[in-house]
Design a protein around this ligand. Sequence first.
Ligand SMILES: Cc1cc2nc3c(=O)[nH]c(=O)nc-3n(C[C@H](O)[C@H](O)[C@H](O)COP(=O)(O)OP(=O)(O)OC[C@H]3O[C@@H](n4cnc5c(N)ncnc54)[C@H](O)[C@@H]3O)c2cc1C
Length: 126
Amino acid sequence: MMKHWMAAVVACCDGTEVSTQAKRKLKEHDIPLRLEPIESLEGTNGELTKIVFRSGPDLPRAGLFFSMGCHQAKRLGCKRDAKGGVVTDPDTEETSVPGVYVAGDVSRDVLLVAVAIAEGAQAAVA
Ligand SMILES: Cc1cc2nc3c(=O)[nH]c(=O)nc-3n(C[C@H](O)[C@H](O)[C@H](O)COP(=O)(O)OP(=O)(O)OC[C@H]3O[C@@H](n4cnc5c(N)ncnc54)[C@H](O)[C@@H]3O)c2cc1C
């Protein structure tokens, strides 16, 4: 998706493991991968100017998207599907843990604002 907006996209994994499949996809889209751990994000006036790696050259950048994972749902013991999304009851958005409801991207279903809002409303009603 990023490549529709800008040519110079770089993926950074902060020293974490990257699957062979993810590496292949990045290659297919001609997206370089920086494997080194990130030391810091630097900028001026609240705007990013560069990503500093623990080793290797800095990467000048004006923007950064990051993936936060599903750590809270994992800690709560919510059942997850093969894609890592939290499994929910489609009628109530309740998870496998009674009383825990989720809405939005955490279910990794359809990742759209309208869907997140609808799921939130459904959970609130339930
Ligand atoms: C580049 C991009 C473009 C997109 N374009 C579109 C589009 O054109 N149309 C569309 O419908 N959808 C679009 N989407 C998808 C859309 O942004 C998501 O589906 C939607 O934002 C999901 O809402 P959410 O509430 O689940 O998650 P988010 O909007 O990601 O909200 C989660 C919030 O939780 C906060 N948070 C996370 N962890 C913690 C914590 N531990 N403590 C406190 N707060 C925390 C985060 O900071 C964030 O504010 C786009 C997504 C991306 C990445």
